[in-house]
Write a new protein. Structure first.
Length: 319
């Protein structure tokens, strides 16, 4: 297109949810350096947004939206080719016949390095936004295959809802759980490195003479409790094999869990590799009250619910 004036820019905005690992069993260190897992993922009502805008100039650029609710001064988010959203756009450009340049504006709400898949949500949103922007016409299944190339959590952010994850977490099976559960997420003002948490788990297991087994499935009681929205039953079966390692690296997490449970949480756990803490509440009223109590301790506490849908387009605008 030789005349810049004929270029019609378009913006597609997509939201994608963060997630909580309602259960996470971790196998031993494998020869390839990874760990097999068996997990139940729950998409919750804390969303990332990506606005993908076509540009006349080629290439991919990224910026962070001033509407982000995170304090972006305290986090290091790369805005280059190492960003997962950039990689998602690059993959879509490779498979799209009508790709243009694109600018990605990311609104950050899911904690960075918080064990909730915020970067994966950005990537999922970018895949869907670029698919629409460039009229690629890919099915959700085809997008999910691309998502799996970007990391274990990306396909789930596309899918949303509730799912069982096996293998490296990327072998997803949707689970029926329409009933809502209510949570309070306590967001730390620091992050934890997922690889470091796994290394710490291996060290603790070695020091304790613990021989972990390969996980083959998830506790059916967890799925039954989620299906019925039974918070009391769910609270009795929450499990996260990474929690001990996360607390080893960030001992303050133990205090956060204690404060939450002393103020009415049915149960609490570190979400994924942490350091976000997920506290299970009886209902939405209890979650709001718990969040208010925790905020008096100077904690950042956010009431959320799940399951919620995966990535979806919320606007498509010609500029």
């Amino acid at each position: 297109m030789s005349a810049a004036g004929r270029f019609a820019a378009r913006t597609v905005r997509v939201k994608a949810p963060g997630k909580v690992n309602v259960s996470l069993a971790v196998g031993p260190l494998r020869a390839d350096g990874y760990h097999s897992v068996a997990s139940v993922y729950l998409a919750v009502s804390l969303y990332e947004e990506v606005a993908a805008t076509s540009t006349a100039a080629p290439g991919i650029t990224i910026s962070l939206s001033p509407e982000s609710t995170l304090d972006l001064d305290d986090v290091d988010i790369p805005l280059d080719s190492s960003n997962l959203a950039y990689k998602a756009a690059a993959i879509m450009a490779d498979v799209s016949e009508h790709a243009t340049g694109v600018h990605l504006e990311i609104t950050k709400r899911v904690p960075v390095a918080g064990g909730m898949g915020g970067g994966s949500a950005d990537a999922a949103a970018t895949l869907l936004a670029c698919d629409a922007l460039w009229n690629s016409g890919l099915s959700r299944e085809e997008l999910a295959h691309l998502a799996a190339e970007l990391g274990a959590d990306v396909p789930f952010s596309l899918l949303g809802g509730t799912a069982v994850g096996l293998g490296l977490g990327d072998e997803l099976s949707p689970a029926l759980a329409k009933a809502q559960t209510h949570w309070v997420l306590v967001v730390a003002n620091y992050g934890l490195s997922t690889p470091e948490v796994y290394r710490t788990l291996d060290r603790l297991r070695g020091a304790g003479g613990i021989d972990a087994e390969e996980p083959t499935g998830v506790d059916p009681q967890i799925l039954a409790a989620l299906r019925g929205g039974d918070a009391e039953s769910l609270g009795r079966v929450l499990v996260n094999d990474l929690q001990r390692a996360s607390i080893e690296l960030a001992p303050a997490l133990r205090d956060t869990l204690g404060i939450g449970e002393s103020h009415g949480a049915i149960a609490g756990m570190v979400s994924g590799s942490g350091p976000t803490v997920a506290l299970l509440a009886e209902d939405s009223v209890a979650a709001a009250a718990l969040a208010e109590d925790l905020q008096r301790y100077g904690l950042t506490a956010l009431p959320v619910h799940g399951p919620v849908p995966g990535a979806r387009i919320i606007s498509d605008t010609l500029l």
